[in-house]
Each structure stands twice: as structure tokens, then as C-alpha cells.
Design a protein around this ligand. Structure first.
Ligand code: NHR
Ligand code: GAR
Length: 216
């Protein structure tokens, strides 16, 4: 894909950044131009530094309201002109100040099979509820928490001896498969959203190639 069509991707994290290696190590049809965190101690920032990717920290603790924090985050991200903003283990609930700024170009990975288990502590809750299948979801972010249109999901089996930690590890392996896949579909302009339903358009011939072929 030519540089003109490659998307500029911004990623937000809060912790280890366990999804970053899979995003950095797969062809996304776009480039990660910046990685931001709301926590200065986030280990994922080291991954950004090691990869030579621009990075920033904006601590939510420095702001009096969620809206003020979100406005600062929007301003910081906009400096990098992102086509897509990816929440990859970002742990702050955002307000409409944030979701409207990046509407239709904001996605999140959530560690459950949504709409089951929105919010936090998903693995412990899945075990408590006794579900036999658990998993992860990549979805567009809307103002309503963990309720946006679903792009991709993967399921794992819950075994009798699973603990929240073993389940989290199993789910993470799936996250590393579906997250780059979903980002790539977005970057290739192949996602069509109709209400809560996302359908995947077939890979189209690049317009430049199509024009060239027509001239032959
Ligand atoms: N913002 C909106 N508007 N909509 C979504 O769907 C969002 C979002 C922001 C983050 C990620 C989400 C997840 O995948 C996400 C989706 C944080 C919390 C939370 O309760 C819940 C869900 C998600 C992220 N955070 C606490 C808060 O008060 C702080 C917890 C902490 O710092 O550890 O913001 O799970
Ligand atoms: C992943 O399981 C991701 O789905 C989840 O955090 C893990 C990554 O965290 N995201 C959320 O729970 C969002 N609220 P890490 O970056 O610390 O490895």
C-alpha cells in the first residue's frame, strides 16, 4: 500500500502494553505513530521507546475532571493527526469529549465476549458465573462503556482448573490474534457499520492499480 493510503495509528495504554508486540509485529496496513499513557510507570512505554516510537504521558491525576483530562488527551493525540485511535489496555473510562473527537475511528480490545462482562475484573467474573466459553472482543468505542459495534471476537474454553490468571493468559493469546486483524481491516477501509452490526467488505483492488489496468 502506498504511503498516501497508509493510516496513522495512535495507541493508548495504561500498563504492560501486552498487546503492543502483536500490533508492532504484524502488518496493519498503517503505522503506529504515537503511544500514549495515562500512567508514567506504564511498562508499555519502554516498548514504545525501544521501537523508536513517539510517546507521551498525560496523568489523569493532573486534571480536575474527566472532561478536562479527555480534552488534554485529544489535544495530545491530534498533534499526531491519527486516522485511528486504539485503546490497548487503556484503563480510564472516557467521556463524550473523547469519544466524539474520534468517533468512528476509535477501537478498544476488551477481555470478555461482549456483551457479557463489560467493565473490569472480567476473568474473575467469568469464573464466578461458571461460563464455559470466555474470550475477547475488539469493538468501536462509543460513549456507552464496552457497548460499541463489535469488529472481531475470539473464544477460549474455560477449564475446571482455570484461575483468573490462567484464563487471562489464554485470552491474551487470542487478543494477539484478533487485534492486529481488526486494526488491519480498519486500515484497509473494509469495515461497514450498521447500528451495532459490523460487516467486513471484501479486499478491493487498489484504485491506482485499477486505473492502471483500465488504461491497458
Ligand atoms: N470509554 C468509553 N466511553 N467507552 C468505552 O467502551 C471505553 C472507554 C474507555 C475505556 C476500555 C474498557 C475495557 O475494555 C474502555 C472502553 C476502564 C474501565 C474502568 O472502570 C472500564 C472499562 C474499560 C476501561 N476504569 C476506572 C475508571 O474510573 C479506573 C480503573 C483503573 O484505573 O484501574 O475510569 O475494559
Ligand atoms: C488486555 O487483556 C486487555 O484486553 C485489557 O487489559 C489487558 C492488557 O493490559 N484491557 C482492559 O481491561 C481495558 N479495561 P496490559 O497492557 O497491562 O498488558
Amino acid at each position: 500500500m502506498s504511503d498516501v493510503t497508509r493510516k496513522r495509528i495512535a495507541v493508548l495504554i495504561s500498563g504492560r502494553g501486552s498487546n503492543l508486540p502483536s500490533l508492532l509485529g504484524n502488518e496493519l496496513g498503517g503505522d503506529i505513530v504515537v503511544i500514549g499513557s495515562n500512567k508514567a510507570e506504564a511498562k508499555g512505554l519502554d516498548i514504545a521507546r525501544d521501537a523508536g516510537i513517539a510517546n507521551f504521558v498525560i496523568s489523569h491525576k493532573d486534571f480536575a475532571s474527566r472532561e478536562a483530562f479527555d480534552a488534554a488527551l485529544v489535544a495530545a493525540l491530534n498533534e499526531y493527526r491519527p486516522d485511528l485511535v486504539v485503546l490497548a489496555g487503556f484503563m480510564r473510562i472516557t467521556t463524550p469529549v473523547f469519544t466524539q473527537a474520534f468517533a468512528s475511528r476509535l477501537i478498544n480490545i476488551h477481555p470478555s465476549l461482549l456483551p457479557s462482562f463489560p467493565g473490569l475484573h472480567t476473568h474473575a467474573r467469568a469464573l464466578e458465573e461458571g461460563v464455559k466459553l470466555h474470550g475477547c472482543t475488539v469493538h468501536f468505542v462509543t460513549p456507552e462503556l464496552d457497548r460499541g459495534p463489535i469488529i472481531a471476537q475470539a473464544a477460549v474454553q474455560v477449564d475446571d482448573d482455570d484461575t483468573p490468571d490462567t484464563l487471562a493468559a489464554k485470552v491474551l493469546r487470542q487478543e494477539h490474534q484478533i487485534f492486529p486483524y481488526a486494526v488491519r481491516l480498519f486500515c484497509e477501509d473494509r469495515l461497514h457499520v450498521d447500528g451495532l452490526r459490523v460487516t467486513t467488505l471484501p479486499k478491493s483492488i487498489h484504485p491506482v492499480i485499477a486505473t492502471g489496468a483500465a488504461r491497458v
